[in-house]
Write a protein that binds this ligand. Structure first.
Ligand code: 5AD
Ligand code: SF4
Length: 442
């Protein structure tokens, strides 16, 4: 028996869905040591901070929250604090964690989280602080450990790392090169989640899912993987993120059109509406190419829910470049836009570009863009009227609601809901106070 049996743990997560899913695996590892989860980091015996370094704000938040536990640790030296993930993996980051967090017991990076149980046991025996950052994965994390919070949507990793090296992005440096899981492994995991655990949505995860399979001995593609997964029997749908416009081929558009198990939603980050800026970002496509994908996908999958990521204030972005981004979002009419102010990441090429944009200007631009998107989203609601959507029926605050693949809620008044989640067609009848309502229309 290990010394952690019966102890309490708490996991704090920052960043993307990849990190959310990794934290589900971390929880599994802690359970396997005989521990139980609690909500309060102050009273937990083991607290794990799974960190993110995509932007400075994410780093600051994580660092400040770890610091907030310093006093608690001083009063209770047997409390174990772990900091892991992207922040420790980053070379020459803003915070020298080893030096600035001497009260933290275990600091590890992105490539050895799966060895957390060993690190914890080692610590309990030697009482010596662990600082171990390695350059390559020792093995990928075993999904069998996973403890998932969400009972409807399950995340499944299909590819780790990124080979793209966009000039602003730290991800390739902290997550390493692309590494696909085998189709067999993924198939087995998805089948189990759908058939034995009743998951309705499977979200396939990767920094760039369209690169899937290129690095495998038996080469395959993302569209092949999707087609295979759709053969799994059951009432479920597949989502995926994130896609890169450079690798987004017609084969994938065809699968999205033909397979009813592939959700009618697509997150396709554009990053900027200016081809000049896209080139400086090393994105390998221009706006003409991006718009051709949007046109094709809208034609193939009418009513698809589109979302995107945009970086505002990338070095050298002029008012003209920014206006091109504004023009683009007016043209595409996304259901959702995630807009970020450019954040300088040490070690990336763009951090050394001389024409950095003032923070004030970034601020003005990002707010302007978000205001425009809000207006577009409101206008877009009208387009839902009289349209039919395949929805997952749920119960929200006592009312039956159909949720579209894009996450839009359609209230279904007077509908008797039998407490089971299932997919069915819902027709939108009305909009009131920006809320949609409709009827079941099988
Ligand atoms: N500054 C601001 N946003 C960034 N992203 C990635 N790196 C940076 C950065 N240095 C954004 C991109 C990406 C999303 C996950 O985060 O838009 O698609
Ligand atoms: Fe970062 Fe670009 Fe890779 Fe996405 S594709 S993780 S933005 S380097």
């Amino acid at each position: 028996m290990n010394s952690y049996v019966g102890k309490k743990y708490h996991v704090v997560t920052y960043g993307c869905q990849m990190n959310v899913h990794e934290s589900e695996k971390i929880r599994g590892i802690l359970h396997s040591l005989g521990m139980e989860e609690i909500d309060n980091p102050e009273t937990a015996d083991v607290v794990v901070f799974n960190t993110c370094c995509i932007r400075e704000g994410a780093e600051d938040r994580a660092y400040n929250n770890v610091m907030a536990l310093k006093k608690v640790k001083e009063k209770n030296p047997s409390k174990v604090i772990v900091v892991c993930g992207c922040m420790p993996q980053q070379k020459n980051g803003k915070y020298d964690l080893k030096k600035r967090l001497p009260f933290v017991d275990i600091i590890i990076g992105t490539h050895n989280i799966n060895a957390l149980a060993q690190y914890l046991i080692e610590l309990s025996k030697t009482k010596e602080r662990v600082y171990d950052i390695i350059e390559k994965p020792i093995a990928t994390m075993d999904p069998d450990y996973c403890i998932r919070d969400d009972k409807t949507n399950a995340y499944v990793n299909i590819i780790y790392g990124c080979n793209k090296f966009c000039t602003y992005c730290i991800v390739p440096y902290v997550r390493g090169r692309e590494m696909s899981r085998t189709p067999e492994e993924i198939y087995k995991e998805v089948k189990d989640l759908v058939q034995n655990h009743g998951y309705k949505y499977i979200t396939l995860l990767g920094q760039n899912v369209n690169s899937y399979g290129k690095d495998l001995k038996e080469k395959t593609s993302f569209s092949e993987l999707l087609k295979n997964l759709c053969k799994i029997e059951g009432d479920f749908k597949i989502k995926f993120m994130t896609s890169h416009p450079m690798d987004f081929g017609d084969d994938l558009i065809k699968v999205m059109k033909e397979e009813h198990k592939v959700a009618k939603a697509l997150h396709l980050p554009v990053q900027s509406g200016s081809s000049r800026i896209l080139q400086r970002m090393n994105r390998h496509y221009d706006i003409k190419h991006y718009m051709s994908i949007i046109k094709k996908i809208k034609r193939a999958v009418p009513n698809i829910a589109l979302s995107t990521d945009i970086i505002v204030g990338f070095p050298g972005e002029t008012e003209k470049d920014f206006n091109q981004t504004m023009k683009l979002i007016k043209k595409v009419k996304y259901d959702q836009v995630f807009a970020f102010m450019y954040s300088k990441r040490t070690g990336t090429p763009a951090a050394t570009f001389e024409d950095q944009v003032d923070e004030d200007i970034k601020n003005i631009r990002v707010n302007k863009l978000l205001r425009l998107q809000k207006i577009i989203q409101k206008e877009q609601l009208k387009k839902f009227i009289k349209k039919r959507f395949d929805c997952l029926i749920k119960h929200i605050n006592g009312v039956a609601v159909g949720v579209t693949d894009g996450g839009r809620e359609i209230y279904i008044p007077n509908y008797k809901y039998n407490n089971e989640n299932y997919f069915t067609k819902v027709k939108v009848e009305d909009i009131r106070n920006h809320k949609l309502s409709g009827v079941i229309d099988e």
